[in-house]
Design a protein around this ligand. Structure first.
Ligand SMILES: [Fe+2]
Length: 388
């Protein structure tokens, strides 16, 4: 009898995408029936446009028609707003309205923004990861991925996933809890250790880590995980395995499923086999360029890649500002400021990455950026090792 594996949830492949209309500084042309046009750094429903059959663009939620007929360039055009000519670029938008994605994650604890990353950006992510169309390339490990390619920084600042996360977490003040990078999964050899079932940072249920969240957090969402699928996510290629909806249980995964603590022990997999991978578990099968968002309480584990093809993803823990960060992001951010990538970003992207990567506390006289103190670290080490 063949073993029954995880249940596959194949996301529908969109046949149509909306558009964003983006100004030079990166802000989005938004429209509201009462107040008219405005510029916004976020992409809620007000920023969603659709090409209309008679030329121009229709504002999806109000039906307002923006006439661009007669302008020669199909990808950029000028519009008079409040008596001033403004230039806009047409950019790839989502397949569904932002409010629809938000309703989905509120209902089920996860949502897939299918192919939200445009193909040009996706190609650059593959290049930096050294996978898919660029699997022949050597990966540069000398500097953080965000400093290597504008596409990586642009993906970190992807506006729709951030808007959905902010709404779902009920706070605008959100942070990246570690430096964004690529998780590349190579072919499994049948015996190496694999990741067991767990909930993500900061809950860390099932993980042998310090500081895990001791009790259920209820309506207070302490983390949303943002998985950018660079390679297509399929069961065979090692897509993440989930227990979808388990965030609502607000407790750790069952030990008998093989949690991350057990599977972290040397030689555990070789002796005990893989963690639970039967039909109670789920795989979200999504094309490259999609972003899967899930409540960090959701039980999951890394997939097992059965193919010879490397699978890349950008896995990012996003937390509210009141959660202590998982790792330092300040040094990578300072390197970004000095890299040529930074100058290629627009104003919105620069501001968003600063919001996400600079953790601050309110001190006497203002806000202070938090960064490791090497001298103090050495002093503490000496004090700890010398005892009392
Ligand atoms: Fe995880």
């Amino acid at each position: 009898m063949t073993q029954q594996l995880e249940t596959i949830h194949k996301v529908p492949i969109p046949t149509h995408f909306y558009s964003y209309l983006v100004a030079d500084n990166g802000s989005y042309l938004s429209h509201d029936a009462e107040t008219g046009f405005s510029f916004s750094s976020e992409t809620n429903d007000s920023a969603i446009w659709d090409r209309s059959g008679d030329g121009g663009f229709k504002h999806v939620s109000t039906g307002y028609h923006l006439n661009t007929v007669g302008q020669e360039d199909e990808t950029a055009f000028s519009v008079s707003i409040n008596g001033e000519a403004q230039t806009f670029r047409v950019a790839h938008g989502p397949a569904e309205l932002p409010s629809e994605y938000l309703a989905t994650i509120r209902k089920q604890g996860w949502v897939c923004l299918t192919q939200i990353i445009d193909d040009e950006t996706l190609q650059e992510l593959e290049r930096t990861a050294g996978t898919d169309r660029f699997s022949h390339l050597e990966v540069d490990r000398s500097q953080p991925a965000i400093c290597q390619n504008t596409a990586v920084a642009r993906t970190v600042a992807e506006p729709l996933s951030l808007w959905v996360i902010r709404q779902y977490m009920q706070t605008d003040d959100i942070r990246l809890s570690h430096v964004p990078g690529f998780a590349v999964l190579g072919q499994d050899d049948g015996k190496r250790n694999v990741q067991g079932w767990h909930s993500d940072f900061p809950y860390h249920w099932g993980v042998p880590a310090r500081g895990l969240v001791p009790t259920p957090s209820g309506e207070t969402v302490l983390g949303v995980q943002r998985n950018v699928c660079v390679s297509p996510f399929t069961r065979e290629c090692g897509a993440t395995a989930f227990k979808l909806g388990s965030h609502a249980l607000d407790r750790p995964p069952p030990k008998e499923w093989g949690d991350a603590t057990a599977h972290a022990k040397p030689g555990y997999r070789a002796e005990h086999g893989l963690p639970y991978n039967g039909p109670e578990a789920d795989v979200v099968d999504a094309p490259g360029g999609s972003i899967i968002l899930y409540d960090s309480r959701t039980w999951h584990r890394a997939g097992v890649n059965q193919t010879t093809k490397k699978r890349a993803a950008m896995l990012q823990a996003i937390t509210p500002m009141y959660i202590f960060p998982k790792n330092d992001t300040s040094r990578a951010y300072k390197r970004l400021l000095e890299s040529p990538v930074y100058e290629e970003l627009n104003q919105r992207e620069k501001q968003e990455i600063q919001n996400l990567m600079v953790h601050q506390f309110i001190g006497p006289g203002g806000e202070y950026a938090i960064t490791p103190d090497r001298e103090l670290t050495e002093k503490v080490k000496t004090a700890t090792t010398s005892g009392y």
